[in-house]
Design a protein around this ligand. Structure first.
Ligand SMILES: *Cc1c(COP(=O)(O)O)cnc(C)c1O
Length: 376
């Protein structure tokens, strides 16, 4: 009996991804232990932030780093930082930005739900390009004296039509406008922790509760020292725009520990585990004439990791993909998988513990072999 049983909340096998709706990721025991240890004493939050930031910057080869309560908070804080700098008077006025730099440039193709976090600071989004594409001139022409920042949402699978990142960075540098990369779901690969800032991005933002396996309510901003200082100024414990996005001592220590854990992982071995889980699924269905399982690459967020796609011959099986997914969700244990094509699903090993791929295969086999399926 655990707290979820006590509350009557169903526990879920998550084969989708590090999605917030299912709780992000699972923290390794040493992260949880570090959080317990952090919970036992009072400390100065500013002192803890400063020292944790210094360590993380050193480990990730960045000038500076800051822990916030999620990548979305990182978007809001970094936006605020670009508007206010370290001017307290400006901080105290947000989200009212009259008379300040308050325009943020985003590719039309990059618009997504998370840009609410950029808008909530009081910015006006200036879209560049069209669905068909964007030219470097579109970006250059959008920059003016009111431009606070350029945001770039990185996802290798969805960057056709964007100004290439290298080019965008060159324009931003020449025009002296900060360029910020949203790389929330871009771990793995581990190198991304320094890759974007080395390329010349002013800041890069990562979710703590996705690939890093830190607390779900944690995020990481890395990059330019002056901008990180401005992020910190806008954040808890000061009562500015970031105050409702408070990150606690437990999350700060938790994410610091998760980053150290993640950097020390055997990344090759982890990828091999994912490959093995995917291969198991492929092998298990290789003799079924109505089910095809194959390796799919890269992940939904464009990360270099494999997942399995399972394709169902709905007519021959007598059951639709929708019904299979519903039975997986409502069965015992509850299994959540993402839709792939019209009659297929993905199984993503990133959020599966070892052995859960076997449970998923077993449940799918049970569901598709039910003799009731063919009865209308
Ligand atoms: C997940 C995600 C976020 C939000 O991250 P949180 O840590 O959950 O706040 C922001 N941007 C992108 C592109 C994401 O995938």
């Amino acid at each position: 009996m655990d707290i979820y049983d006590e509350l009557g909340v169903r526990k879920v096998i998550n084969g989708i991804a590090t999605v917030t709706v299912l709780g992000g990721s699972i923290m390794p025991p040493e992260v949880v232990m570090a959080m317990i240890s952090a919970s036992r004493n009072f400390v100065s939050i500013d002192d803890l932030q400063k020292k944790a930031g210094e360590k993380i910057a050193e480990w990730t080869q960045n000038e500076s780093a800051f822990i916030c309560c999620g990548a979305a908070a990182g978007l809001a804080l970094s936006t605020a930082a670009c508007i206010t700098g370290t001017d307290h008077a400006k901080c105290s006025r947000l989200p009212f930005t009259e008379g300040m730099k308050n325009e943020v440039i985003i590719h039309k193709l990059n618009r997504n739900g998370y840009d609410f976090a950029i808008r909530q600071v009081g910015t006006k989004i200036v879209e560049i390009g069209t669905e068909a594409g964007t030219t470097p001139e579109d970006m250059e022409n959008a920059i003016n004296e009111k431009t606070a920042a350029i945001f770039y949402f990185y996802n290798i699978s969805r960057m056709g039509g964007l100004v290439p990142l290298e080019k965008a960075i060159e324009i931003a540098k020449r025009k002296k406008v900060p360029l910020i990369v949203d790389a929330a779901a871009q771990i793995p690969p581990v190198e991304n922790l320094w890759r974007f800032t080395r390329m010349g991005a002013d800041l890069a933002i990562f979710s703590g509760g996705k690939g890093l396996c830190g607390p779900q309510s944690s995020g990481l901003i890395v990059g330019r020292k002056d901008l990180i200082e401005a992020c910190a100024l806008n954040a808890n414990p000061r009562c500015y725009i970031g105050r409702p996005m408070k990150v606690g001592k437990e999350e700060i220590v938790g994410l610091l520990t998760a980053i150290r854990w993640y950097l020390n992982l055997d990344h090759k071995k982890l990828m091999q585990t994912y490959e093995d889980q995917v291969q198991y699924i492929i092998d298990e269905f290789s003799n079924n004439p109505y089910v095809t399982a194959k390796r799919n690459f890269p992940s939904e967020a464009g990360q270099p990791m494999p997942r399995a796609e399972i394709i169902f011959d709905e007519n021959s099986l007598g059951i639709s993909c929708d019904k299979i997914m519903a039975q997986l969700r409502n069965g015992e244990p509850s299994i959540e998988l993402a839709r792939a094509g019209a009659n297929s699903i993905f199984v993503n090993p990133q959020t599966l513990s070892i052995g859960q791929e076997k449970i998923i295969v077993k449940r799918i086999k049970e569901i598709i072999s039910n003799p009731m399926n063919n009865e209308k």
